[in-house]
Design a protein around this ligand. Structure first.
Ligand code: BQF
Length: 291
């Protein structure tokens, strides 16, 4: 069994990005600049956005964090987005999700300039991704592809079962892995809460992408020997022995499933850190495309 070490791989990628920043500087070019807008004070969202800012500092990118209050109107958020859209110093930016309930998420994502949409959530970029055209592949699916690539996991001709149909992970992963690309050419089954006989399907899978958000949902009796398992779950479970007061639990019962798996991602330290690294990679790409 091989652990797909996202923490280490993300650190490798950030090191590579840092070298590219040095090169840009040597050529007298501007360094990539990522901005992030966060609305409200959700603890997990603040942790994520702070991790992104810190990662920028680590690789030598510029970053700008825009914090807006909980009661920010849709109109003033759209205004902030427009400011970033027209700011030529900003190469890419993200709006940290989820947004407060009084704001229409789709309307916000559609306001981001597709050329600065380093999260790849704009319908134009989702469409390009689905057509296998050059675009920003959103950070979590991009991170999963990169992890499979760097560990030489064969996907061509394999049966992939994706559990979960979210617009952020399940849906794009099912599209990407079925495409004609280096990490792709798989036969993909996408499953969700209405799927019947899920276990029958997962037992046939060579690769399972677990992205449904139910802690330790995937058990050893649901997988075959030598399966590859990608765990996208990150539920916070109260744990008084941790200084944070919680621990992260994935969608996979790691201890039992890892005994049957050939490759498996841990939680934490699997897909999560890759998400951050690939957001930076997209920001460098945005910067290069602009200049
Ligand atoms: C790790 C996210 C749900 C909703 C909005 C490292 C992250 C997570 C875990 C992280 C996530 C999840 C992010 C680990 C960004 C991934 O060590 O296991 C990093 O920061 N993520 C986000 O920005 O928004 C989310 C999940």
């Amino acid at each position: 069994m091989t652990i797909l070490d996202g923490k280490k791989t993300a650190a490798d990628i950030k090191e590579e990005l840092a070298l590219e920043v040095v090169e840009l500087k040597n050529k007298g070019k501007k360094v990539p600049h990522l901005a992030a807008i966060i609305v409200g004070n959700d603890g997990a969202s603040l942790t994520y956005v702070n991790a992104k800012v810190k990662a920028c500092e680590r690789v030598g990118f510029e970053s700008t964090l825009i914090r807006l209050p909980d009661d920010t109107t849709e109109e003033s958020l759209l205004n902030e987005i427009n400011i970033l859209n027209v700011d030529s110093d900003i190469d890419g930016f993200i709006v940290q999700l989820p947004l407060p309930k009084h704001i229409d998420e789709q309307k916000i994502l559609m306001a981001v300039d597709p050329d600065k949409d380093v999260d790849g959530f704009h319908p134009t970029n989702v469409g390009k991704m689905a057509l296998n055209l050059p675009t920003f592949i959103s950070a979590t699916p991009f991170g999963i592809l990169e992890l499979l690539y760097r560990y030489n996991v064969e996907t061509s001709g394999k049966h992939v079962v994706v559990i979960g149909r979210s617009h952020i992970v399940g849906s794009p992963m099912s599209i990407l892995l079925s495409q004609k690309r280096r990490i792709g050419n798989a036969t993909v089954t996408i499953t969700h809460s209405r799927t019947k006989n899920l276990k029958e399907l997962t037992l046939q899978a060579d690769i399972i992408i677990a992205a449904l958000g139910i802690p330790e949902f995937l058990k050893a009796d649901m997988v075959k020997d030598d399966v590859t398992v990608i765990d996208v779950g990150i539920t916070r479970i109260a744990d008084s022995s941790k200084k944070s007061g919680f621990r992260l639990v994935g969608d996979v019962a790691f201890n039992e499933v890892s005994e049957k798996a050939s490759f498996i991602t841990p939680v934490p330290g699997g897909v999560g850190p890759m998400t951050i690294a690939m957001l930076l990679k997209n920001t460098l790409l945005a910067c290069e495309r602009k200049n």
